[in-house]
Write a protein that binds this ligand. Structure first.
Ligand SMILES: Nc1ncnc2c1ncn2[C@@H]1O[C@H](COP(=O)(O)OP(=O)(O)OP(=O)(O)O)[C@@H](O)[C@H]1O
Ligand SMILES: [Mg+2]
Length: 371
């Protein structure tokens, strides 16, 4: 049986945050999201119950290499540990971050998320039952993955209530890749966490409603349903922010940079019909996917969604939030992952603008400081 690569961190699952040894929790933590467009880094410190934003930084892949930082197909791993680790080191040096304890987020296309039901049982039987049943729900042998799970429905010990489990499986090979990156970059890998779980922590925690959280980055989009603060469903789609740029470039016969600028500045609100038309053609299929996810959730759980949260860099597309609200007839927000932190007020406007790209890095860093 393959050994669990997280063993050396003394944790047997990725949900490090149930660690009872609170006194050993570090005071500072760095969250790193190796995205397609760039590497996002957030350094936080903890004081009592509060958290301070010590530092944040992003290094864009285009500024270093022609290639993206990571592969994009489902199941593909980091493009090159060596290049990625150099970029991680560079961004930490540039931001003068000395904290060595780091948590990496793992992208949605390298993880498998699912939920399933178990019959009534006691709490002490639950862990074994999850591991035993996981093999039916993930496409890889359980021995080759590291599992993280949460109880999202039912009460252990209650003979009447079945239990509902949310399961995340990460191939051990992926974890080993991130360990290698950490080692080459000269940092200490405190933990890894699936990006969907980081997003929930930074944007939806404490929210008692049902929220659909959509992360639109460069290469992929995830649609997550969160009920009363915990992740219920997570799907990934091929909808890509970069496709919007390519389509504008080809519709108007422009270079990539010009098209990117038009997209980011004008987006759906552009007075040039060719631009908005091109964008609507790509966004409408995404909205159809969202509708389908919402209606499936309603069929299965009988619950309506109270709000849609958009995040990821593409959520800043001018007019996108309004278009979602108009078509789906639901309240739509772009939450700010920095809003509950302490930081110099002068940074307020800048942070609000960049916040959607930092939600994942923020969420995993926060997890490392939990008490
Ligand atoms: N104002 C804007 N309007 C539209 N798109 C924008 C805007 N600002 C940034 N973007 C897009 O956001 C994307 C970057 O988002 P993000 O940082 O979330 O990506 P990523 O995490 O690296 O990607 P992925 O999660 O797919 O690997 C780029 O495609 C960029 O063009
Ligand atoms: Mg991303």
């Amino acid at each position: 049986m393959a050994s669990n690569p997280l063993e050396k961190f003394n944790i047997d699952k990725l949900n490090i945050f149930s660690n009872p040894l609170k006194m050993f929790f570090p005071k500072k933590m760095v969250g790193i999201d190796i995205g397609t467009a760039g590497i996002k880094v957030v350094e936080l410190s903890r004081w009592g119950q509060g958290k301070t934003l010590e530092n944040y930084a992003e290094i864009k892949s285009s500024s270093l290499y022609k290639e993206p930082f990571r592969g994009v197909e489902k199941g593909s791993y980091l493009l090159s540990n060596y290049f990625v680790s150099r970029a991680v080191r560079a961004v930490l040096d540039e931001a003068k971050i000395k904290t060595r304890a780091v948590i990496f987020s793992i992208p949605d296309f390298s993880t498998f998320c699912t939920s399933f039901e178990l019959p009534p049982m006691n709490a002490n039987e639950l862990k074994d039952a999850v591991y035993y049943n996981a093999s039916q729900y993930i496409p890889l042998p359980v021995s080759e993955t590291t599992l993280d799970w949460q109880l999202i429905g039912g009460t252990p010990g209650d003979k009447q209530s079945g239990l509902k489990i949310f399961l995340v499986a990460i191939p051990n090979q992926v974890i080993q890749d991130y360990q290698k990156v950490a080692q080459l970059a000269g940092i200490d890998l405190y933990a890894v966490e699936a990006e969907a779980l980081g997003l929930v922590r930074s944007l939806v925690r404490g929210n008692r409603n049902y929220v659909c959280l959509i992360d639109i980055g460069v290469q992929s989009t995830t649609i997550n349903i969160i009920g009363k603060g915990s992740l219920k469903k997570s799907y990934s789609f091929n909808f890509a922010g970069s496709q919007l740029t390519y389509s504008i470039a080809s519709a108007l016969d422009l270079g990539h940079e010009q098209a990117e600028e038009l997209k980011n500045k004008e987006g759906l609100t552009s007075s040039k019909e060719e631009i908005s038309k091109t964008l609507y053609l790509l966004i409408d299929p995404l909205i159809i996917e969202v509708k389908k996810v919402l209606s499936d959730f309603y069929q299965q759980e009988g619950k309506e969604i109270d709000a849609i949260y958009l995040t990821g860099g593409t959520s800043n597309l001018p007019g996108l939030k309004e278009y979602f609200a108009e078509v789906l007839k639901i309240k739509v927000e772009i939450p700010n992952c920095f809003s509950e932190l302490l930081y110099p007020p002068i940074l307020g406007n800048t942070l609000e603008k960049i916040a959607p790209s930092f939600s994942v890095a923020m969420g995993v860093a926060l997890g490392g400081l939990e008490t």
